[in-house]
Structures are given as structure tokens and as C-alpha cells.
Design a protein around this ligand. Structure first.
Ligand code: ADP
Ligand code: MG
Length: 257
């Protein structure tokens, strides 16, 4: 099938197992959310999908376009059409948002076709303008220095704009729990909603239930203790908001005993 398929994924760090057999399918065209209590391995899953070298995969596979991407370097995953947030350096003084995005796009194009001479500047300007309009961003933003004094929300805006420009077929967005205000959550959510298309699968990882006031996932998964413990529709998020995560954990423990 097309999309991203995670099968029995085991991974850890410093000899400690964190992901204990994750099974998950994100079909093309769908937005899936992973929620769960702190410390259950959500960010670890994002890092493993990105190919972060600190994490050791001890079992399972992640199939995208018929390839086990766990065998690929991070840049090869990107070339294949995976967008992994935080894969690019964050603070580049003296480089504008527009230049940063053009460089990112050109390196992607060059990786796909070594003879590529880069996107012509007028064409890039049109593309950037179109994407900024789609994301309802002020055009002056493109001329600002990357992440220079950017708020949490503005950094997220660049990330989403980067995704819009690179047009991946699969994206993982991890909303780490620190320092993200409601503005940043809203930016990510609205951006993801605007970029939704039949060729794009998205995995939004979040601790916050409130993000689901903005984003419209097709499927919600709950991760507990390194496994996907529960999967449901958007109503599952509402249920979690009301009842918390304890019942998911209890259900998992009952099933295991
Ligand atoms: P979540 O994103 O769901 O809050 P994480 O994936 O960040 O969870 O963390 C899962 C577990 O892995 C936690 O118990 C955490 O303490 C542990 N962990 C994360 N990073 C490291 C690390 N660098 N070294 C050791 N343990 C880590
Ligand atoms: Mg996390």
C-alpha cells in the first residue's frame, strides 16, 4: 500500500528500550495524530523516523514507497519525499527565510537530479508567494533573517512553509512539549490543514489535546509505554480530553495479563 507503514518497531537509547513494538499505518492523503502521556516514546518515534543517530533501532521496519527507510540516511529519506521537522539547522544569521527555502529546495532537486541547475528565481518567487498565500503569511516574512528573534509561532511558521515549498509525500511533525504556545500550535494546525492533499500523509505528534481543536486528523492514536495502545477517530481525542489516559493504560495492562 502507499503511505507509511511501521511494523513492530523496537528502538531505544543508551541500551534502554523505549519503543516496544510500534505498529502504525499512515496512508497517503490522511492526517494521523499520536497523543499520549509524557515520556511514552512519542518524540523517540519522531527521532527514529528522522534517522537521528543517537537512537538505536533493535527491530521492526518502516516501509515507505516499498523501501525500508530505516536503512537510509536522513538525507536519503528526505530525497524519498519524507519531511522530518528539525532536520535543518535552526539559526542561520544573515540568511533570509526566502534564501533558506530556496537552498533547501535546490538541494532536494539536485539530490533527485544531479544535472539540476536550481529553480529559476522568478519561478521560485511565484512558488513562495503562492505557498505564503495558502498559509496566509505576510510576504514581508520571506525577507526576514531566519529564526533571528523569531517567536515559537514564527519558527513553526517557517517549518510549515518549508514543508509547503518542498512538497513531501510524508511529514512527521513533533510538537515537543516545551515552549510551544497556543499561537504556535494554531500555526501548525492551520498549516497542516491547508497543505492537506491526496499525495501527503502526515503524522502529528502531540502531548496537547487542545491541538485537536484546530487540526482535523482522520485518525487518532494513543501511545502508552512505547506502543500504540488505542486507535480511533477524532472523537477519541474528545474522549481523552474528558477521561485522561489512565483507562488506556488499564486496558493495555488487562490485555497483557
Ligand atoms: P514523549 O515524547 O512521549 O514525552 P520521549 O520519547 O521524549 O517521550 O521519551 C521516552 C522515554 O525515553 C522517557 O522515559 C525518557 O526519559 C527517555 N529518554 C528520552 N531521551 C533520552 C535520552 N537521551 N537518554 C535516556 N533516556 C531518554
Ligand atoms: Mg515528546
Amino acid at each position: 500500500m502507499s503511505g507509511l507503514v511501521i511494523r513492530n518497531l523496537h528502538a531505544g537509547i543508551d541500551g534502554k528500550e523505549i519503543l516496544k513494538g510500534v505498529n502504525l499505518i499512515v496512508p497517503q492523503g490522511e492526517i494521523h495524530a499520536i497523543m499520549g502521556p509524557n515520556g511514552t516514546g512519542k518524540s523517540t518515534l519522531a527521532y527514529v523516523l528522522m534517522g537521528h543517530p543517537a537512537y538505536e533501532v533493535t527491530g521492526g521496519e518502516v516501509i515507505f514507497k516499498d523501501i525500508n527507510v530505516l536503512e537510509l540516511e536522513p538525507d536519503q529519506r528526505s530525497r524519498l519525499g519524507m519531511f522530518l521537522a528539525f532536520q535543518y539547522p535552526v539559526a542561520i544569521p544573515g540568511v533570509t527565510v526566502a534564501n533558506f527555502l530556496r537552498t533547501a529546495l535546490n538541494s532536494r532537486r539536485k539530490a533527485q537530479n544531479p544535472a539540476d541547475k536550481g529553480i529559476p528565481i522568478p519561478e521560485f518567487r511565484r512558488l513562495l508567494k503562492e505557498k505564503m498565500e495558502l498559509l496566509r503569511m505576510d510576504t514581508s516574512f520571506a525577507g526576514r533573517y531566519l529564526n533571528d528573534g523569531f517567536s515559537g509561532g514564527e519558527k513553526k511558521r517557517v517549518e510549515i512553509l518549508q514543508m509547503a515549498v518542498l512538497q513531501p509525500q510524508f511529514a512527521v511533525l513533533d510538537e515537543t512539549d516545551s515552549g510551544l504556545d497556543i499561537d504556535a500550535l494554531r500555526v501548525v494546525s492551520e498549516g497542516v490543514n491547508a497543505l492537506r492533499n491526496p499525495d501527503l500523509g502526515v503524522l502529528v505528534i502531540t502531548h496537547y489535546q487542545r491541538i485537536l481543536n484546530y487540526i482535523h486528523p482522520d485518525v487518532v492514536h494513543v501511545m502508552v509505554d512505547g506502543q500504540i495502545a488505542e486507535t480511533g477517530g477524532p472523537d477519541l481525542a474528545l474522549h481523552l480530553e474528558e477521561h485522561g489516559y489512565d483507562w488506556v493504560r488499564e486496558k493495555m495492562e488487562t490485555a497483557a495479563s
